[in-house]
Design a protein. Structure first.
Length: 416
């Protein structure tokens, strides 16, 4: 199937232009500004309007009532003959697809099925920056979205791993774990001190009482000698005092004085022990947090490795149609291992990929074809024929040029 006829009416400055009986190689010649590029643009607009840039589509929509018609012919299968037209009505590009054999109507999907993914505008393709050419090639191989999705996942995992790594640093886990130490109850020791104070105060009181009792006996003895009339009373008091003395002596004998300094030393030692115990407890708490964070960090690392492995597998399994064609994360599309690819090699790559993806209709456009040297021109035509493409070539000539084959356009009209 090829484009057998192209007809343009009142579109982009072309009033009426009809190119009929088109062959596999279609040469469109004429001086600069004659309308060659516009004719090719309108061919593209009829078949793949959505692929045009926004500015070009705006210009086309301003051509109210304008129309471009493409007749597709197939010498082998009559049912593959179609008439496709794009007409601007009420500011909208109205598409009509009609089968010439049976009158059945088609849709945009019908055209897409005919073309596949192989409508090639070689000159525009080669004008793109390398990264966009690489993306276009990946898209033609149908792995661009998969690689982008994997790249996004890898970037996300790397970002999450960086955040997790920072959180591990923020926890501040000691490089050498401290020894685990059992806590000591400072409260029990403090209570022991308080009890000691009570006992000691009580013992000191009894000692003072003993002194008082002994002194009282001495005083009483003096009073006995001086005051015999009070002997009986004082003797009674002495007996009572002696009983008290016995009780005090028994208490003093049985009770030992508490050494407060020793207990205080125990408290100091306990506080030091508890500081170490707290340090260990803090370490265990941080270590638990770091353990969880480290698991998360390792998971992100594994996700990154998995993503890179999947990207590598995706590239390795890609349907590269040319020996030597490959893809590298840093170099982009490569040819025989090199990222620097010549225009001629790119043309070959695009033709071969397009050939693998082509539908029933295979079209390639090459604007400014006349700028190529003769050898390159010959090579483009050979590659297009080998890949089974109908090739539309734009050739710049003088206004009074005479051409041997193809079509000559001047001022938007067909001269030959």
């Amino acid at each position: 199937m090829i484009v057998g006829k192209l007809q343009i009416n009142d579109m982009l400055g072309i009033n009426e232009l009809t190119m009929d009986n088109l062959d596999n190689i279609v040469k469109i010649s004429g001086p600069n500004g004659a309308g060659k590029s516009r004719a090719l643009t309108l061919l593209l607009a009829c078949l793949k309007y959505d692929s045009l840039d926004l500015e070009t589509r705006k210009e086309i929509l301003e051509c109210e009532g304008g129309k471009v018609t493409v007749n597709l012919t197939d010498d082998k299968v009559a049912s593959n003959n179609w008439t496709i037209s794009r007409e601007v009505k009420n500011g909208a590009p109205v598409l009509k697809v009609v089968n010439d054999e049976n009158g059945l109507k088609g849709t945009k999907a019908t055209i897409e099925k005919m073309l596949g993914d192989n409508f090639v505008n070689l000159s525009r393709f080669l004008e793109l920056p390398k990264e966009k050419i690489d993306l276009a090639v990946l898209k033609m191989l149908n792995i661009d979205e998969q690689l982008q999705e994997l790249s996004d996942k890898i970037k996300e995992a790397e970002a999450l791993r960086t955040v997790t790594g920072q959180r591990i640093k923020d926890v501040g886990l000691p490089s050498v774990p401290v020894e685990e130490i059992e806590r000591v109850s400072v409260k029990e020791l403090t209570d022991k001190v308080q009890d000691g104070f009570v006992v000691n105060n009580s013992l000191d009181e009894e000692i003072r009482n003993l002194g008082d009792f002994t002194g009282a006996i001495g005083d009483n003895l003096n009073q006995i000698r001086e005051l015999e009339i009070k002997i009986d009373t004082l003797l009674v008091q002495n007996r009572e005092l002696e009983e008290s003395i016995k009780v005090s002596e028994i208490y003093i004998e049985k009770t030992k004085k508490v050494d407060i300094d020793v207990i205080q030393a125990e408290i100091n030692a306990a506080e030091q022990t508890n500081e170490k115990a707290s340090a260990y407890s803090d370490y265990i708490d941080k270590a638990s947090k770091v353990f969880v964070l480290q698991e998360t960090y390792d998971k992100h690392t594994e996700d990154i490795k998995t993503g890179k492995a999947e990207k590598k597998a995706t590239i390795a399994n890609a349907p590269f149609p040319i020996d030597g064609l490959g893809y590298d994360e840093k170099k982009g599309i490569t040819f025989n291992g090199h990222g620097l690819i010549s225009d001629g090699e790119y043309r070959q790559i695009v033709f071969q990929i397009s050939r693998a993806l082509k539908g029933d209709l295979s079209i390639a456009i090459f604007e400014n074809f006349s700028l190529l040297d003769p050898d390159s021109q010959k090579k483009v035509i050979e590659d297009a024929n080998a890949a089974g493409f109908q090739l539309f070539l734009e050739i710049v000539t003088g206004a009074d040029a005479k051409i041997e084959d193809g079509f000559l356009i001047c001022e938007g009209s067909l001269v030959k």
